[in-house]
Design a protein around this ligand. Sequence first.
Ligand code: NAD
Ligand code: ZN
Length: 233
Amino acid sequence: MLHAIIERSRRIVFFGGAGVSTASGIPDFRSDGGLYRRRFGDLTPEMILSQSFFYLHPEALFDFYRSYMLHPEARPNAAHRALYELEKRDKLRGIVTQNIDGLHKAAGNRRVYEIHGSVHENYCMDCNAFYPMEKILRSQGIPRCDRCGGVIKPWVVLYGEAPDKYTCMGACREISNCDTLIVAGTSLSVEPAASFLGYFHGKNLVVINREPTPADDKATLVIRGAVEEVMAE
Ligand code: NAD
Ligand code: ZN
């Protein structure tokens, strides 16, 4: 059924979340094995990964970030690879991802909208110098710019921060122009990302997720399973 929808579609957009990368060894937030089931002292991951925590306790935020958000060993899985094949066949118009792991770009996809940013882009808050993820991994405490000593901030959208306007505009444009939208590996509980689905006016809304999602009711097809297996097939 999904195969038939893909064959009939000319403009597919894939909208994904943390579940797309669990098979690459990166835990999601809200599943049983996810980070939100754990507490870190008195704090929750949402409290730590927030804009106010970044300004109040940058050292603690960077310790958490290095330990739990950076996965230098992670490689694209079968879901990422299948999406690369669909882009090569000119079926896939774009990927809108809430993930910050950069795995869609690592798989070769070019039209990727990383609406929550990427761990691979880090900038000095004072002089804007660019740094790769390795700079953050190799540093201790607050990472500092080699050029000016400023704080290096990952281009990752923290709770309380607004996502990049142009990335979001591009993502919404792709969603409003596609004929098939595949929503996968996301609980659809983070805003404004989840509300982007409201721009969809195409024919087929496909949901692939292990657990029920708020989009299931509106979907043409709901597949309850592992996105890496479904997409590979
Ligand atoms: P979430 O943790 O809220 O939800 C993940 C959903 O994916 C769950 O419903 C779960 O059942 C499902 N799932 C897990 N593994 C799956 C699989 N293999 N196949 C199918 N479904 C699977 O994640 P979210 O909705 O993306 O929201 C979390 C936020 O956290 C996002 O903003 C994202 O930026 C961030 N995050 C990113 C990463 C990453 O970059 N890989 C990892 C964790 C969290
Ligand atoms: Zn600098």
